[in-house]
Design a protein around this ligand. Structure first.
Ligand SMILES: [Zn+2]
Length: 176
């Protein structure tokens, strides 16, 4: 099981998903044979997919669902995808642990090669590229690390465990 799978937030989202129609499209494959042949100079992609492991502990892409808008061009022997990934993120407020949601938009600029460099470029397989793993990487990098439900969130039990700005001020001010 992934690290993200242990978070209560992830389990909750997974339950919500199983109650709805379960989307299954986990790949976003673009056939680039016309680019490689030179008969077109760009392929526009505007499509949706479900990301594999769409989160990190405490934050995820809601339902793993993203829309990818990109242009794929040939560059020498490789292919370059340039665009953006759009979705909705959900995460735990770092003070009160309530769920916070917000719009996710991540830039995507990735290179695909016949002989990819591990960790740097992605594979071309029989003139096809799968944009889903690149979209996942871009989306996960754009997740908020320690969001707040609001700037003045006081935490779950402010009377006993002050965690909000007042507590920070108290510490900084030396009890003035
Ligand atoms: Zn909060």
């Amino acid at each position: 099981m992934s690290a993200a799978g242990r978070s209560g937030l992830t389990a909750r989202a997974a339950r919500e998903r199983s109650e709805q129609e379960r989307p299954t499209r986990r790949r976003l494959v673009v056939d680039c044979v016309r680019l490689d042949a030179g008969s077109v100079d760009r392929i526009e992609v505007d499509d949706e997919c479900i990301l594999h492991e769409p989160g990190v502990p405490g934050a995820l892409v809601v339902d793993g669902a993203v829309r990818l808008e990109a242009v794929v061009r040939a560059a020498g022997g490789s292919l370059v995808a340039d665009g953006r990934v759009v979705g909705v993120w959900a995460a735990e407020c770092r003070r009160c642990l309530e769920e916070v949601r917000g719009p996710l938009e991540a830039p995507l600029q990735e290179v695909f090669e016949w002989e990819p460099t591990d960790g740097e470029t992605w594979p071309i397989d029989d003139h096809r590229i799968d944009l889903a793993p690149a979209a996942r990487e871009a989306a996960v990098l754009a997740l908020p690390l320690a969001p707040l439900c609001s700037e003045d969130c006081a935490g779950p039990v402010p009377g006993r465990f002050p965690t909000g700005p007042a507590a920070a001020d108290f510490t900084a001010g030396g009890g003035v």
